[in-house]
Design a protein around this ligand. Structure first.
Ligand code: NDP
Ligand code: 2IT
Length: 446
């Protein structure tokens, strides 16, 4: 290992060794950014990466709420305000029992680079709670969201920190949190993104992450004179990102054969067409049941309990569920079965040794901070529309999304071009770093 990198990681691990996901994200960025810093004198003596790995501020708070049986429940709430050099903190809220500081710091750190890549003026943050929304009634979800916002509202605002959705936080939760914020502040402002269309939301925001992940795959494939059309696609997850990644694949004439949730995956060899996808959306967004219910209507499909879909033959893989869901063995089976393109819809879904397998085999691989940036990019466009007090059409927003994803793709090429390979990971890290680092230097030691 490079000496500078080793020294840096040793120093970071003294403070953060008990945070494995955060250390994983920092290591992945440092491996490409430290050599870049070493070869660029303007960054010497500034300790810039050390400043970037330390959150500007971390808020941690108690969230009390009363369940339907009258019992008082206690959860922990967080907001990690990571970096505000290029704009107010921006990033989602995750409600999932696995949420802890390590996971939120990794997500906030990734968000800083991702937001920088979008070309929009947004700093990076992330938050959430270890609250488990599964099986909760609408009333319980509302009371939890209200209690969460009763504390968080003091620290956020349309020009300081603008949360949005992530795992377990969709339109319903954003609505409850927006309502509580408005009541407490007596202000109707763009303090959250992912809002409903009639109260400040943007067209295409629900679709943006999934669509953007597929647009990124299309850009990578176009670069090697191929396209998404007619390809077989394996997708994990069946939430917001996975659903709209599947929708865009279908629109581009690809064949989607899997979707999953934490209980296992469904394999529909004939392909999940729009009608079948609409059924999945109903199961997941309205009925809120397990993915295996798909077989009740489409019995020819198969359900693989507690398994991930990476052994299914495909041309394109879109991991859209969660971090570290695709490991080295999975990467090897994807390659063995002919996969040539991996575009991450989730944040850090591929483990470091899975990424090494992709790189060795010179297949197209896009890290989430580049390929899933469409979601936060359209959040940025939602903020712009809120400031303008105006709404763009669906086509206008979709075109801006396509332009931003293409721009990110091209930045990855500029900074990630190697002899016979585009290292998209390196390109995304360096392009994301430059903008934030330059702003931090200009603003002095603060
Ligand atoms: P949702 O809550 O809508 O869906 C999450 C999906 O992933 C569900 O199918 C869920 O299954 C599955 N999942 C979650 N945790 C696990 C786990 N530990 N093991 C297996 N499956 C799991 O979330 P999103 O679709 O919004 O988010 C998915 C990913 O995309 C996350 O990594 C998120 O950070 C990332 N992302 C989201 C963006 C957005 O705009 N929403 C933007 C950019 C990235 P189950 O229901 O069984 O838990
Ligand atoms: O990981 C992400 O980029 C998100 N969850 C979306 C963040 C946002 O502010 O829209």
């Amino acid at each position: 290992m490079d000496k500078n990198l080793e020294r840096f990681l040793n120093e970071i691990s003294v403070r953060n060794s008990h945070e494995p996901e955060f250390m994983q994200a920092v290591r992945e960025v440092s491996e490409t950014v430290i050599p870049y810093i070493v070869s660029n004198k303007i960054y010497h003596g500034k300790n810039i990466l050390m400043r970037m790995v330390e959150p500007e501020r971390v808020l941690m708070f108690r969230v009390n709420w009363v369940d339907d049986s009258g019992e008082i429940r206690v959860n922990r709430g967080y907001r990690v305000q990571m970096n505000s050099a290029i704009g107010p903190y921006k990033g989602g809220l995750r409600f999932h029992p696995s949420v802890n500081l390590s996971i939120l710091k990794f997500l906030a750190f990734e968000q800083v680079f991702k937001n920088s890549l979008t070309t929009l003026p947004m700093g990076g943050g992330k938050g959430g709670s270890d609250f488990d929304p599964k099986g909760k009634s609408d009333g319980e979800i509302m009371r939890f969201c209200q209690s969460f916002m009763t504390e968080l509202f003091r620290y956020i605002g349309p020009n300081t920190d603008i949360p949005a959705g992530d795992i377990g936080v969709g339109g319903r939760e954003i609505g409850f949190m927006f309502g509580q914020y408005k009541k407490l502040k007596k202000e109707f402002t763009g303090v959250l993104t992912g809002k409903g269309l009639s109260w400040g939301g943007s067209l295409i925001r629900p679709e943006a992450t999934g669509y953007g992940t597929v647009y990124f795959a299309e850009n990578m494939l176009n670069h090697i004179n191929q396209s998404v059309s007619k390809k077989t696609v394996v997708i994990s997850g069946s939430g917001n990102v996975a659903q709209f990644a599947a929708e865009k694949c279908i629109q581009l004439s690809a064949k989607v054969v899997t979707l999953s949730d934490s209980s296992g995956f469904i394999y529909d060899k004939e392909g999940i067409n729009s009608e079948k996808l609409n059924h999945i959306m109903d199961l997941k967004n309205n009925k809120r049941v397990r993915i295996s219910e798909y077989l009740n209507k489409y019995p020819k499909a198969k359900f693989y309990k507690s398994k991930t879909p990476w052994n299914v033959p495909c041309d394109i893989a879109l991991p859209c569920a969660t971090q570290n869901e695709l490991n080295k063995n999975d990467a090897e089976s994807l390659i063995k079965n002919g996969c040539i393109c991996i575009s991450e819809g989730a944040n850090m879904p591929c483990t470091p040794d899975a990424i090494t397998v992709f790189r060795k085999n010179k297949v197209l691989y896009a890290p989430g901070k580049a390929s899933n940036a469409g979601g936060v990019a359209v959040s940025g466009l939602e903020m712009a529309q809120n400031s303008l007090r105006y709404s763009w059409t669906r086509e206008e927003v979709d075109n801006k999304l396509k332009d931003i994803i293409l721009d990110i793709h091209n930045s990855c090429i500029t900074h990630g071009k190697e002899k016979k390979y585009i290292n998209y990971e390196k390109g995304a890290n360096i392009a994301g770093f430059i903008k934030v680092a330059d702003a931090m230097i200009a603003q002095g030691v603060v």
